[in-house]
Design a protein around this ligand. Structure first.
Ligand SMILES: Cc1cc2nc3c(=O)[nH]c(=O)nc-3n(C[C@H](O)[C@H](O)[C@H](O)COP(=O)(O)OP(=O)(O)OC[C@H]3O[C@@H](n4cnc5c(N)ncnc54)[C@H](O)[C@@H]3O)c2cc1C
Length: 579
């Protein structure tokens, strides 16, 4: 097998991966000899992942009237008192540094006010307008500038390289490297490293309707689980209320129509073209994502749907020019699918958007496994039960940078190349090779398996859950896992074998789906994104606990761990002027 060695190995090239690479690079300038840094990514650097898809923007307390304490309180209250408070504090304080770095060192242009200050817009769940943006296509600006900066430096790139296993040293005591498939040739490659960053971006693509990019299939979370790491808050999957519903023939279905549409006065209508949100919540369409998604799901379950089984968003009662100007990207996206956003009705459906859960980690991004770091959407604990719109890209850039600094320091002071247990690599290869030794499905496609996964996650582990449904889902997931294990792919040629990669995607998704369902079954209350019809109350906030799951020889082990209120207790606030 081909082997490559690097001091620092970064998995993923979203906001977290690229910030880590740039910060590790800056830190290594002081090292003698210089450290080698490699970014390995499933797609093409700069062209894949969700950071590029960020529409609304980046939350940061910049304005004089705003404060990091206010941003912190919004994050804690939005997260229903489940966030790790030290991580949330790090997020809000370092977001200020990162946004300045993005503008002043890395070359991003964000929208500005006539007086030259950065324009910050309103986002749901926040008590201050603090979302920095570039129109409604903020992610393209951020990722293009980050990618240019990475290309300009001596940072190695392994593109269309899929990580399939985290490999520990012989003593099982530290990370030693990562096993990959070079997707262009189909060969296995082992990359030996002293420090590894997991930044593969989570991504709830196991739901029938979802927003994240197609390259994301929870590979990082599945690898972390197999490596014995604990995942927290996995029941917390955020649904965005307005996913485009453009029919089954297009991948545009599920993609997000941004929150600002509701914020600026858009209405949601049911199949009979009646406005229904005021019946569910006094804030109507401006309620938070979880409330609006639940109301929409309930309305759809009553059969009050549009022709494709969803609902409508209507902007027609507002000033058309304002809609065309303020939501240019959204208007064009809808027009591409035959909808007139400014004047007509657009079919929408709640869509799985973000995973608040992920690998448990410390404030320097280190994990339980020495040498392994985690950042971005793969990491759990920053957002608790709900992520505020705008805190996602702040999270990936802030913790990506922290991880880059910390890994460079680790490699300089502690990290070393270590011998690996080759039996682990052999077992991983035999797991990945399985579909070449099984019979392909008679219809030659994995589509039916995917459809069943979509359906079970959407119906039973989605917006509204209960114990009966969750147990049924776990049985169905077991069945899907066993079926996948004996399902082959028709083409034995490994170079760019997309069916093989689809099979691997489904394996990661089924494995992660089990963790979501187990955590959802264990949490017998309703908080933020997690709603149990059989336990609708949120429980006492003072006794808040988070779910933590890890793999054992006898299956998944679940613990409820108390939240440490290290900065503020429920009922209190850090805001001095609060009454
Ligand atoms: C449509 C959309 C709009 C959004 N809008 C906003 C917004 O307005 N504001 C906000 O704050 N957040 C928003 N978000 C959320 C935000 O995009 C994410 O929180 C954030 O960008 C995640 O960054 P990341 O670096 O963790 O992951 P990503 O940017 O998703 O990057 C993950 C990387 O990992 C790679 N990868 C995956 N698997 C493997 C593997 N096995 N091996 C190697 N590489 C792998 C991928 O190819 C990709 O390069 C939005 C998300 C979506 C989908």
């Amino acid at each position: 097998m081909r082997e490559v060695s690097t001091d620092i190995l970064i998995l993923g090239s979203g906001g977290a991966g690229l910030f880590a690479a740039l910060h590790a690079h800056k830190a290594q300038l002081r090292a003698d000899p210089p450290l080698s840094i490699t970014v390995a990514v499933k797609g093409l650097l700069g062209k894949c992942g969700c950071t590029r898809m960020v529409q609304g923007g980046y939350n940061v307390a910049l304005a004089k009237e705003d404060s990091i304490e206010r941003h912190f309180m919004d994050t804690i209250e939005g997260g229903k008192w489940l966030p790790d408070q030290d991580l949330a504090w790090k997020l809000v304080t370092l977001a200020v540094e990162r946004i300045r770095e993005l503008e002043n060192e890395l070359g991003c242009f964000f929208d500005r006010n006539p007086d030259g200050t950065v324009h910050q817009k309103a986002f749901a769940g926040q008590t201050f307008d603090r979302t920095v943006h570039k129109g409604d296509l903020t992610g393209i600006e951020i990722i293009n500038r980050l990618a240019e900066q990475v290309w300009a430096r001596k940072i190695n790139r392994l593109e269309e390289f899929r990580a399939v296993e985290l490999v520990k040293d012989k003593r099982n005591s530290a990370i030693a490297g990562v096993l990959f498939i070079d997707m262009r040739t189909g060969e296995y490659v082992f990359v030996r490293a002293k420090a590894v960053l997991l930044a593969t971006g989570g991504g709830p693509t196991m739901y029938k309707y979802h927003t994240p990019s197609g390259d994301k299939s929870c590979d990082g979370l599945a690898m972390a689980l197999r490596a014995g790491l604990s995942l927290r808050d996995m029941e917390m999957v955020q649904f965005h209320p307005t996913g485009l519903l453009a029919g089954t023939h297009t991948r545009m279905t599920g993609t997000v129509l941004e929150e600002g549409l509701r914020g600026s006065g858009g209405y949601l209508l049911n199949g009979a073209k009646e406005r229904f949100m005021p019946r569910y919540d006094p804030k109507a369409e401006r309620a938070t994502r979880d409330f609006v998604s639940r109301a929409m799901f309930a309305e759809m379950n009553k059969g009050n749907t549009s022709p494709n089984g969803g609902l409508y968003i209507s902007m027609g009662h507002l000033d058309r020019e304002m809609v065309r100007k303020q939501f240019k990207g959204m208007v064009e996206r809808c027009a591409d699918c035959g909808f007139d956003l400014a004047g007509g009705l657009v079919e929408v459906v709640p869509t799985a958007h973000y995973m608040m859960g992920g690998v448990e980690f410390a404030a320097d991004c280190s994990t339980e496994l020495p040498g392994l770091y985690v950042a971005g959407e793969d990491a759990g604990g920053v957002h608790g039960a709900n992520r505020l719109g705008g805190n996602g890209v702040a999270n990936s850039t802030v913790f990506g940078a922290v991880a880059g600094d910390a890994m460079a320091e680790w490699v300089r002071t502690v990290g070393s190349f270590s011998e690996i247990d080759s039996s682990v690599v052999e077992a991983a290869i035999s797991r990945c090779d399985k579909p070449f030794h099984s019979k392909p499905l008679p219809h030659g496609s994995l589509e039916p398996v995917r459809e069943r996964l979509y359906e079970v996650m959407w119906q039973k582990v989605g917006i509204i859950r209960d114990a009966t449904g969750l147990r049924a889902a776990l049985s169905e997931l077991d069945l899907l896992e066993s079926e996948l294990n004996v399902t082959g792919v028709a083409d034995a040629n490994r170079a760019f074998n997309l069916s093989w990669h689809d099979w691997l995607n489904l394996k990661s998704l089924v494995q992660t789906s089990r963790v979501i369902a187990e955590a959802a079954l264990a949490r017998t209350d309703s908080r933020g994104a997690h709603f149990r019809e059989d336990f609708p109350d949120s429980g006492p906030l003072e006794q808040s606990a988070y779910t933590s799951l890890h793999n054992t020889d006898s299956g998944l082990n679940m613990t409820l761990k108390p939240v440490a209120f290290t900065r503020v207790r429920p009922g209190a606030t850090l805001l001095k002027d609060a009454v």
